[in-house]
Design a protein. Structure first.
Lengths: 197, 600
């Protein structure tokens, strides 16, 4: 059986690096891994997804609906948008801070993400809600959410790799001067994840 | 040998390099652009000639010339680029090649970032040349090498057709990092072979039609044309490309149903198919875009008078448009096999609707300022705004609403002329990006000058090919060999063509831009304004805009320009300084002077 992780967010939030780290960690373990990214026009502020598929029997480039073991959402409405992919009993980790589309300023609908998070709380048993600003407060920038959230996923027991797999992946996949801060972000995430189990 | 986790397009590039490619060229277009980019990045000792050609037709012709000299050549483009290059390719199919020539034409089912859902397989049939159809990243790496072999074996250009889900998927390949380009034997003149004349075409046409069934027989033994399982229920699933990946996801290694995969849609591997479908009475075809395999199979069945029922797009078993999905294909196959799959449980609670997120011009994008200046300058006047292909197509979004037409590369310039000839009172603007200007804008401008159309050409010059990933072009002063070259000046081209009024303005200076537009609006003939300001994705901003307490909350900035960095919080206008580039268009729009520029 394959293990499927869907990362989702808005163009520019850093989902691609997170999916690459997951794929590299899986490779390191000797797993067969495939992934697929949204590239192109959608990157200009549109919804983006990365589908990471671990296992020999994963042929489809995208995760089939109801087959994702884990959804990592960088924005609460993006978690809801992709919920069809989650398998029954699957886990969701979401950032609760919303990113308003430009259209929201022009034609306000009152979107603030709260309704999305509430809905997730009501329907997902295996849910971790994070506040990216709080999670990253001591890291200096919310930019590091993409790596910190992987730590949370690991700490909460949702990732089929060891901490060492992921840490060594960060060492080899991230630009040299960002390795330390990303490792710190990851380990901080692990602690938060453990408390959210 | 080195193992690496790569994008499909990188796998194609590395495969071509493993095949000893000597020359790689093309024109950027999603989802194909990363192939040439990858070869350029990994081009050790500049042993391979790599170029972004001015457009796809130029690329095809550059490759044809090199191939005549025996070089292995890779030409890449998206499928609509294949239309642009088709003049060259159709003739090249008749003349044939010497060194292997593989044309990658990336299809985009959906379409996700394209204007059409055309199908390169059909184009291959139209050209009467072979086409390869990979179904995974790993396969793409191997198959592109095979494509070179077949190209040389049959002395024909060969098409290679990945789709978005192959191009932009990632997988692991093991490749030779020390692969070297082949020795190029050199051009041996032979006008009987290389000069296309009606007599040669007549002769080669016959040769090609006789050759193709032989290639089909050759393909019948091709390793990626595969069959698995037994016709227990006399049923088979026939699939190709990403459709095969989806079908395989559902069928896996089951033995109780036949799963046939066609990796070489043209020439059809007839012998392989007839054998694979032995004992089969019903076939479900799974494919994207055109019902190509479905129609080929129907034709084969008719030709061989077989008794096989074919289900697919024509019978309503699969969707006629849009891309396949794993669950969609699973449902089609399950229905075909009489199996039940778990239905999505009806959700008991009301699902909130996530907000729409249409793509928008980036914060600080100079195109926004250019469009806004034209809009303001033409307020109260009748004007048409013909758009074109690139980031600036996004100028159609509210509140700018500045793209009235968009058809294909370069068309804005010529369509503006057509509109002009139907109503000479309306001012006609054509917006074109710098890369599109070089690709296919110049002929349209000559057309306007020659035929005396009144129009205003707006060149949105951001010094890059932004939409497809910032590729250089003749106006940028860099090429894919890493050389610094003379920039071709758009201004000088326009002046050289004889346009008298060619103004260059900084779009981020709203008053200056509006003044230039006003100057052009009433003049006869072709006028040109070059809006020059670099793409914001190319540099780190040094400034930002902040809202001072002079803000009265009128929200004019939001209503007028739609910058993604400006929004409201508790009914107050705020600027997200992490996104703001300090372009200060908002400051120039603000009636209260409440927005100020600060150093970051």
């Amino acid at each position: 059986m394959s293990y499927n992780i869907l990362l989702c967010g808005v163009g520019g939030q850093g989902t691609v690096l997170a999916s690459k780290l997951l794929a590299a960690a899986a490779e390191k373990k000797g797993e067969t891994v495939h992934s697929a990214e949204t590239i192109g026009m959608a990157q200009r502020g549109g919804p983006v997804t990365s589908h990471v598929r671990i296992g020999k029997d994963a042929y489809s480039p995208l995760i089939p609906k109801k087959c994702a073991d884990l959804i990592i959402a960088f924005e609460p409405s993006e978690a809801v948008r992709n919920l069809d992919y989650l398998k029954d009993g699957g886990a969701v980790i979401t950032n609760e801070i919303c990113l308003k589309p430009v259209t929201e300023s022009l034609n306000p609908t009152g979107y603030d993400g709260k309704e999305m998070t509430e809905y997730l709380k009501k329907t997902i048993g295996n849910l971790v809600v994070l506040n990216a600003d709080e999670l990253c407060a001591e890291l200096g920038s919310s930019k590091f959410f993409n790596v910190a959230v992987l730590g949370v996923a690991k700490g909460a027991g949702f990732l089929p790799f060891s901490e060492e797999d992921l840490l060594s992946t960060i060492e080899t996949s991230v630009k040299a001067n960002f390795v330390e801060v990303n490792k710190k972000a990851f380990l901080h995430g692990v602690e938060v994840g453990k408390n959210n189990k | 040998m080195k193992k690496e986790y790569v994008m499909g397009n990188q796998a194609i590039a590395l495969g071509a390099m493993a095949a000893g490619v000597n020359l790689a060229c093309g024109y950027p277009g999603t989802p194909s652009s990363e192939i040439v980019d990858t070869i350029a990045k990994r081009n050790k000792d500049k042993a391979i000639h790599v170029e972004w050609s001015i457009n796809e037709k130029a690329a095809m012709e550059v490759a044809a010339g090199a191939s005549y000299a025996g070089a292995r050549c890779l030409v890449t483009m998206k499928m609509m680029g294949l239309n642009v290059s088709s003049d060259a390719l159709m003739s090249l199919a008749y003349v044939g090649v010497e060194g292997g020539l593989v044309v990658v034409s990336a299809d985009d089912p959906g379409p996700i970032s394209s204007q059409t859902e055309q199908d390169t397989r059909l184009f291959a049939k139209y050209c009467r040349i072979p086409v390869f159809d990979p179904a995974s990243v790993e396969e793409a790496y191997e198959m592109i090498q095979d494509a070179f072999e077949y190209s040389e074996k049959y002395k024909t250009p060969v098409l290679f057709r990945p789709t978005t889900r192959i191009d932009h998927a990632y997988g692991s390949i093991t490749y030779d990092e020390n692969a070297k380009p082949k020795e190029v034997p050199g051009f041996v003149k032979n006008s009987k072979r290389f000069v296309i004349f009606p007599r040669l075409s007549r002769m080669n046409h016959e040769m090609i039609e006789k050759r193709n069934p032989a290639i089909g027989d050759d393909f019948s033994d091709y390793k990626f044309n595969t069959v698995q399982g037994k016709a227990v229920n006399k049923k088979a699933v026939l699939a190709g490309g990403a459709g095969y990946a989806y079908a395989k996801e559902y069928i896996q290694d089951r033995e109780d149903v036949v799963l046939v995969r066609v990796a070489t849609p043209h020439p059809l591997p007839e012998k392989f198919l007839i054998k694979a479908l032995e004992g089969v009475e019903e076939v479900l075809v799974v494919e994207e875009l055109f019902p190509y395999l479905e129609e080929e199979l129907l034709q084969l069945i008719g030709k061989k008078q077989l008794k096989i029922k074919v289900l697919g797009k024509h019978t309503g078993n699969s969707p006629l448009a849009g891309e396949n999905t794993a669950e969609g294909v699973a449902a089609e196959i399950a229905k075909f096999l009489g199996e039940t799959i778990e239905e999505n449980k009806a959700n008991t609670s009301e699902v909130p609707t996530p907000p729409m997120r249409p793509p928008v011009l980036c914060a600080g994008c100079p195109h926004r300022a250019s469009f806004y200046a034209v809009k303001q300058a033409m307020k109260g006047r009748k004007a048409n705004f013909s758009g074109d292909i690139g980031c600036y197509t996004l100028g159609n979004a509210m509140p700018l609403d500045m793209v009235d037409t968009c058809l294909c590369m370069g068309a804005g310039i010529t369509m503006a002329q057509g509109l002009h000839w139907t109503d000479e009172e309306t001012v006609n603007f054509a917006f074109v990006g710098d890369s599109t200007f070089f690709a296919s804008g110049m002929t349209g401008i000559a057309n306007a000058i020659y035929n005396e159309a009144d129009m205003i050409l707006c060149v949105l010059d951001n010094s890059t090919t932004a939409m497809t990933g910032h590729q250089p072009h003749p106006g940028t002063g860099m090429n894919m060999m890493g050389d610094v070259v003379n920039k071709i000046s758009i201004e000088k081209i326009l002046l050289g063509m004889g346009i008298e009024k060619v103004l260059t303005v900084n779009p981020l200076n709203l008053e200056e831009a509006k003044k230039a537009i006003g100057e052009c609006a009433d003049a006869k003939g072709v006028k040109a304004i070059i809006f020059k300001s670099p793409c914001v994705a190319l540099f780190k901003p040094t400034e930002k805009c902040v809202i001072t307490d002079k803000c009265i909350g009128c929200k004019k900035c939001i209503r007028e320009i739609g910058c993604p960095a400006i929004s409201t919080e508790d009914n107050k206008v705020i600027i997200d300084t992490s996104m703001c580039t300090g372009c200060s268009l908002c400051a120039q729009v603000c009636p209260m002077g409440a927005i100020e520029k600060e150093v970051r």
